[in-house]
Design a binder for this molecule. Structure first.
Ligand SMILES: Nc1nc2c(c(=O)[nH]1)N[C@H]1C(S)=C(S)[C@@H](COP(=O)(O)OP(=O)(O)OC[C@H]3O[C@@H](n4cnc5c(=O)[nH]c(N)nc54)[C@H](O)[C@@H]3O)O[C@H]1N2
Ligand SMILES: Nc1nc2c(c(=O)[nH]1)N[C@H]1C(S)=C(S)[C@@H](COP(=O)(O)OP(=O)(O)OC[C@H]3O[C@@H](n4cnc5c(=O)[nH]c(N)nc54)[C@H](O)[C@@H]3O)O[C@H]1N2
Ligand code: SF4
Ligand SMILES: [Mo]
Length: 763
């Protein structure tokens, strides 16, 4: 354990350090654990770890609730099996027996494609899930994969894939050194940042201003982040691509396009892109964006004139009709202003472990493509091995003989998180078999025949393999489990690995450790054969012996750390990264500020930044055709986040949800007057696919013509076990999100800018 003073016998207190796994910030926590006379341990306090190399003591209100989460009586500690419509607690053996009885038989009868998988957001924050979902997916062999990515960041990844050759090559704002930050469609004061891992994001923003820099927020809402900024541009939802295009065109007109020599040497297609954007002038897009041409030109010129600057776009830019090209245009603006891959600009992390662009041949690669197969019902192309989450319902009920018959969810709550929730909710009821790996009986898992609960967050080791790929410093932090597993409780990796073995027909008693060893040996062999690997040419048996024989994610992580860019390389670099090094440094290890990574980071076939990828250029025609409609935009709905909430699943923690109800419809006073709504009244909101009633909060912190409702609420479903959440149920905004409204390049849903009608309820 990452523990100090651990030498107390019974009746002592110890301090453990661990990284918070709840959001992308990954703050260091200092956790006090008291042991009673009987030797039973309990967490007594959680606060920010002042010595953490990255978060320096910062913590948000959610971080300390890992204790409440662990103690929550509604958190599942034993598997549930549904019998006659009721979930019953069973022993693990019994749960596995039910799955072994039903899943292989279903696959045998209907084929592998009859099984689908949905992976939710926390599986990106769980070391076990990150490393073992892969083996589950391999064992299942289905192409019917869905995840929260297509209600989130997929457009950002697709754009990066085309331009840089790898979908993880996502630039992050160099927050700690930039002189000019443009935040588009993100509210880090509530979210703590996303695809930009930066604990105390708010503090880092304030530091920009304190050192004389400028912060501009582009958001239809005057969010807390906008309030703290120098400038707020209240853009019309869904029109960010136009704003970005017009910034490029303004700079072209002014002769200010200058990517800088470092980037120009590795850049292709800039001329074609600038020419393709020429029709998008500041005057031409002003009416559609709802901003003045002057404001747009000023932003362009200020950004170009800044000593360094960075445009950062997040969920308000990705979950829109033009999510992919908006993300691409963020890169284009960073490039034409000379800010890509330079200090204070938009830079690339050098992940200490598990970075796809820290392996293999540096500087070029196969590039990125989509469309290896299509979904059955609506023929959506595969993107990054997935189909749109919005298409899951129709793949269950609308694909005839080829319909999905069984669904496995891991750490996901798509009934609250994905579009046209009512349709999905009904479709889940049609499945022959559903299995969920989840710690709550909630709106989604209530449909599951078997629920397999992972241990609590405090009972698992942690290293954020996924999100440290997007960190604003190159940092590594590993923490062992703070508390031991409950009796009989398997670790999350064991649940996922065993589920794979059972699906493969090997039965619940198959040899997990053996299979795990085979997987690891495969990774080692690949690495010793990779000329770019620091262990190239070494004896695989020597490496395997050094990794030890304890199965599970920790030795896999050790392997990734040791063979990473800062790695110990099994003895070659004694001070380098390894699990041992991180265990000896429970506050994390800082490998320094971001450094330029061009051209080695590129994985495009040409070995250049392929800025004019034809798929992206072609989508500009669709954008141009939509300008007229954008100028006439009807009333639209956007989302928002609250600091004390986390998507759909932390609403059962009393200390987080108490106080004023948060699931309210924000309405501008002008709209309220026009629509006959008043503060505290109830509005009926109707979209193409659904209707909900929500309490009204009148506020001028939103652009007229836009209303806002947070997502992840609607905890009033029968058959769930969320006693606290049910008392403040709220309404599910995704009842309103349209399953057919997608960014076609990525399959990502439009969750911001949903056309709605709003009336006073009861009229
Ligand atoms: N309208 C609208 N919809 C949205 C969004 C929006 O902005 N607006 N945001 C979207 C975004 S960005 C995201 S990421 C998605 C999230 O969508 P999902 O990932 O589908 O949903 P979550 O609310 O994150 O639910 C997480 C589930 O995992 C369980 N869980 C928590 N921790 C663990 C764990 O460690 N292991 C396991 N096995 N289970 C665990 C919880 O009990 C819960 O059931 O929602 C999306 N939906
Ligand atoms: N407290 C808390 N923290 C979280 C989460 C949470 O649920 N709660 N969820 C986590 C997850 S999974 C994610 S992905 C991140 C998301 O992190 P962020 O991207 O920061 O998400 P939000 O806070 O929802 O901010 C999105 C902003 O986009 C604005 N917006 C809406 N439409 C548009 C548009 O068309 N254009 C522009 N420019 N802006 C628009 C909204 O008004 C809102 O202020 O947060 C993570 N952190
Ligand atoms: S910001 Fe809050 S939820 Fe996110 S990692 Fe830090 S303490 Fe955890
Ligand atoms: Mo997300």
């Amino acid at each position: 354990m990452s523990t100090e003073h651990d030498d107390h016998p019974a009746g002592g207190v110890r301090t453990a350090f661990r990284t918070c796994p709840l959001c992308e910030a990954g703050c260091g926590l200092e956790i006090t654990v008291a042991r009673d006379a009987a030797g039973v341990e309990a967490v007594t306090r959680i606060r920010g770890d002042q010595a953490d190399v990255f978060s320096h003591g910062f913590i948000c209100p959610k971080g300390s609730t890992l204790k409440q989460l662990h103690d929550d009586p509604d958190r599942l500690r034993r598997p549930l099996v549904k019998r006659n419509g009721v979930h019953e607690e069973v022993e693990w053996e019994e749960a596995w027996a039910v799955i072994a009885d039903r899943l292989p038989a279903l696959i045998h009868q209907h084929g592998r494609e009859a099984v689908a998988v949905y992976l939710g957001n926390p599986s990106a924050h769980s070391l076990s899930a990150l490393l073992y979902n892969r083996s589950l997916l391999q064992a299942l062999g289905t192409r019917r994969r869905f995840s929260a990515s297509t209600v989130d960041q997929m457009p950002r990844q697709v754009a990066a894939g085309y331009v840089f050759g790898s979908p993880v090559t996502v630039p992050v704002p160099d927050l700690d050194h930039t002189d000019f930050l443009v935040v588009m469609g993100a509210n880090p004061y509530a979210s703590n940042g996303s695809l930009c891992t930066a604990p105390d994001f708010p503090g880092r923003i304030e530091a920009i201003r304190a050192r004389g820099g400028t912060v501009v927020v582009v958001d239809p809402r005057r969010s807390r982040t906008a309030e703290e900024a120098d400038r707020w541009l209240p853009i019309r939802p869904g029109t960010d691509a136009l704003l970005l295009a017009a910034i490029v065109t303004t700079l072209a007109e002014d002769g200010l396009i200058d990517p800088g020599a470092h980037v120009a040497a590795h850049l292709s297609g800039l001329g074609a892109v600038v020419a393709a954007l020429a029709p998008f002038t500041a005057d031409g897009v002003a009416a559609a964006t709802g901003l003045s041409a002057e404001e747009i030109r000023l932003l362009a010129r200020d950004l170009a004139a800044a000593a360094s600057g960075s445009v950062y776009g997040r969920i308000g830019t990705t979950t829109t009709e033009f999510g992919t090209i908006t993300s691409w245009l963020v890169d284009v603006v960073n490039i034409v202003t000379g800010n890509l891959d330079r200090r204070g600009g938009a830079m690339f992390s050098m992940p200490v472990a598990g970075g796809p662009t820290t392996r293999g041949k540096a500087g070029s690669g196969k590039g990125f493509a989509v469309g290896r197969g299509h979904s059955v019902a609506s023929q959506h192309p595969e993107v990054m091995g997935e189909f749109p989450a919005a298409a899951m319902a129709e793949e269950i009920t609308g694909a005839g003989e080829q319909g999905i018959k069984a669904l496995i969810t891991v750490a996901g709550n798509p009934v609250l998180s994905t579009p046209n929730s009512r349709r999905l909710d009904a479709a889940l009821g049609e499945l022959e078999l559903m299995i969920s790996v989840d710690m709550y009986l909630n709106e989604t898992t209530r449909h599951a025949d078997v629920i397999l609960p992972p241990p609590s967050q405090l009972q698992r080791g942690h290293y954020d393999v996924a999100l440290l790929q997007f960190a604003v410093r190159n940092v590594a932090n590993y923490s062992d489990a703070v508390l031991p597993l409950d009796d009989g409780q398997p670790d999350e990796w064991e649940i996922l690995a065993r589920l794979g073995l059972v699906a493969a027909g090997l039965g619940p008693d198959a040899d997990l450790a053996g299979v795990d060893g085979i997987g690891l040996a495969g990774m080692v062999r690949t690495s010793v054969n990779d000329p770019g690997s620091p262990i190239h040419g070494r004896d695989p048996d020597e490496i395997l012996a050094a990794l030890g024989d304890e199965p599970g994610p920790v030795r896999m992580l050790d392997f990734m750390l040791q063979t990473g860019p800062f790695g110990a390389a099994f003895g070659s670099n004694a001070q380098g990264a390894s699990v041992a090094l991180l265990r000896a440094n429970p506050h994390g290890v800082d490998f320094g500020a971001l450094q330029p990574r061009l051209p080695e980071i590129l994985r495009t076939p040409s070995g250049t930044i392929e800025l004019d990828h034809p798929v992206l250029l072609a989508d500009l025609d669709r954008l141009r055709e939509r300008i007229g409609a954008m100028e006439q935009q009807p009333l639209v709905l956007v989302g928002r986040r609250h600091l004390r909430s986390n998507n759909s699943w932390m609403h059962n923690i009393e200390v987080l949800v108490k106080g004023k109800p948060r699931c309210t419809l924000h309405v501008h006073p002008d709209d309220a007057e026009r629509l006959g709504l008043h503060d505290g009244g109830v509005a009926r909101i109707t979209s193409r696919v659904g209707t909900v009633d929500a309490p009204v909060e009148v506020t001028d912190a939103i652009r007229p013509g836009v209303v806002s409702l947070p997502h992840g609420w609607g905890h009033d479903q029968r058959g769930t076990r969320l006693r606290v959440a049910a008392e403040r149920a709220g309404v599910n905004s995704n009842v309103l999100a349209d399953h057919d409204a997608l960014d076609p390049l990525s399959g990502t849903s439009v969750l911001n800018g949903i056309p709605v009608d709003v009336v006073a309820a009861g009229h």
